[in-house]
Design a protein around this ligand. Structure first.
Ligand SMILES: *Cc1c(COP(=O)(O)O)cnc(C)c1O
Length: 459
């Protein structure tokens, strides 16, 4: 008999979590104004809000923490991080930042001017926020297939190269400071970008003399999918694939809370010294001195180890198989989600699960509230609330997809937890005909509203 798969780790430390009653959850979600971000974590049983900073560090990472050098300048932890970034990703210059959006803030302060255009493949919300905050425009040129959740396409995160070429022909190069490739494409469902696509973008960018930025939170998951799905990569190691991917990047911004498996941290990678020097000034102003930039020595140490572990095949195989496992359970129950299963999350297709809830009443948010009420599971809306208002017209933007993202923290939950999630979703799905009304906004912030928005049940 062929032996089944099992994780390549055992568990050394556990943290208790508690189930609650439906009555308790009714009260808590009302107090939270139907915004899942406002819930206390102790009121959540299975927390799939994000996989950012919520992973379980390894014994090697914890032991590296104890060796952290907390010197203000020239700490050995800085040099460990520098060495890991150079060896794994090939960037000779880097700046530590406290997380990914800080990396964006610093780098964009150098690169973006008012009125600029940043073409890319579905910019992440903070990335778009930092672009629009500078009165520039994020132009989403993801392939059209990404909008159809039921299409099985291996590299659904790709940019449409023809659309990109057309865009570059029609706009002055001086208004396009860089092209932004997000690997994996988080917004489109944790979908990977192929090596062929990255290479194609790089060729076009070179032709027009425009640099390429990789928004890199899940670059290792992207490399895993290249290994598993793209011709010619099956026998390459993840580290070899990562090296090849980053030949095509001039800059990278990294949220290390994802694929570097730390609770806090980020960085910017640079190939050229000039931009690095300019960004250094902003890093010192916003983040901290050059050799710590918003991170403690212990966290830089854990990050250096995490980059190494996070680019090992087994780490990625354990993780991505768990995401696929949840996907298979939903298949059994006929619950539609963005196909194929992504790297870090399952994105449930809320318009198909709750067809009776009008778009003005936010179907994905409504599904998130229902799933919480059902079993104390917390996901997050990737739909019209996240899409925010148009910065010029102030009208609501209704994206094609209304998704409920169930992000799976690394090495944190077991497949028994995944079974509970799938069963709870099935229960909501079974009573979909009775769910006809959603939620409406009572209070919102002018930018990145989803974090703090307040809602009430639609009447
Ligand atoms: C998480 C993320 C960011 C922002 O990083 P933070 O560490 O949350 O600030 C940027 N881009 C992508 C693709 C991300 O997933």
């Amino acid at each position: 008999m062929e032996l089944p798969f099992a994780e390549s780790y055992k568990i050394k430390m556990v943290e208790p979590i508690r189930r609650s009653t439906r009555e308790e959850r009714e009260r808590w979600i009302k107090e939270a104004h139907y915004n899942l971000f406002n819930l206390k974590s102790e009121h959540v049983f299975i927390d799939l809000l994000t996989d950012s900073g919520t992973g379980a560090m390894s014994d090697r990472q914890w032991s590296a923490m104890m060796l952290g050098d907390e010197s203000y300048a020239g700490a050995s932890s800085y040099f460990k991080m520098k060495e890991a970034i150079y060896n794994i990703l090939g960037f000779p210059y880097f700046l530590p930042t406290h997380q990914g959006r800080a990396a964006e803030n610093v780098l964009f302060s150098v690169l973006i001017k008012e009125g600029d255009f940043i073409p890319g493949n579905s910019h992440f919300d903070t990335t778009k926020g930092h672009i629009e905050f500078r009165k520039a425009h994020a132009v989403d040129l993801t392939i059209d297939e990404a909008a159809n959740t039921q299409l099985e396409v291996p590299f659904k995160g790709n940019i449409d190269i023809n659309k990109l070429e057309r865009f570059l022909k029609e706009h002055p190069v001086s208004k396009v400071p860089f092209i932004c490739m997000t690997v994996t494409n988080n917004t489109a469902g944790g979908q990977p970008v192929s090596m062929e696509n990255l290479c194609g973008v790089s060729k076009l960018a070179k032709k027009y003399g425009i640099p390429v930025l990789f928004d890199s939170a899940r670059f290792a998951e992207n490399a895993y999918f290249i290994k598993m799905r793209e011709k010619g990569y099956a026998d390459k190691t993840i580290k070899e694939i990562v090296k090849e991917m980053y030949q095509y990047a001039d800059y990278m911004t990294m949220s290390s809370k994802k694929d570097a498996i730390v609770n806090m941290g980020g960085f910017i990678g640079f190939k050229d010294e000039e931009t690095f020097q300019k960004a250094t000034v902003f890093n010192i102003m916003y983040e901290g001195y050059v050799t710590y930039g918003g991170m403690s020595g212990r966290d830089m140490n854990a990050l250096a180890v995490g980059l190494d572990e996070g680019t090992e095949f087994d780490t990625l195989d354990n993780r991505i198989r768990q995401v696929a496992y949840l996907g298979q359970k939903l298949d059994e129950y006929g619950i539609p989600y963005q196909r194929p299963a992504g790297g870090h999350a399952i994105f449930v297709d809320a318009k198909r699960v709750l067809p009776n809830v009008p778009r003005e009443e936010f179907p994905a948010q409504t599904l998130g509230v229902e799933l919480y009420l059902e079993a104390g599971i917390r996901g997050v809306e990737i739909g019209a609330i996240l899409a925010d208002r148009d910065p010029e017209t102030r009208e609501n933007r209704y994206p094609e997809l209304e998704l409920l993202r169930l992000a799976i923290p690394r090495r944190t939950y077991t497949n028994n937890h995944m079974d509970v999630v799938a069963a709870a979703l099935k229960n909501v799905f079974d009573r979909r005909d009775s769910i006809t009304r959603g939620v409406v906004i009572t209070k919102e912030a002018p930018i990145l509203r989803h974090f703090t928005v307040e809602l009430e049940k639609a009447k």
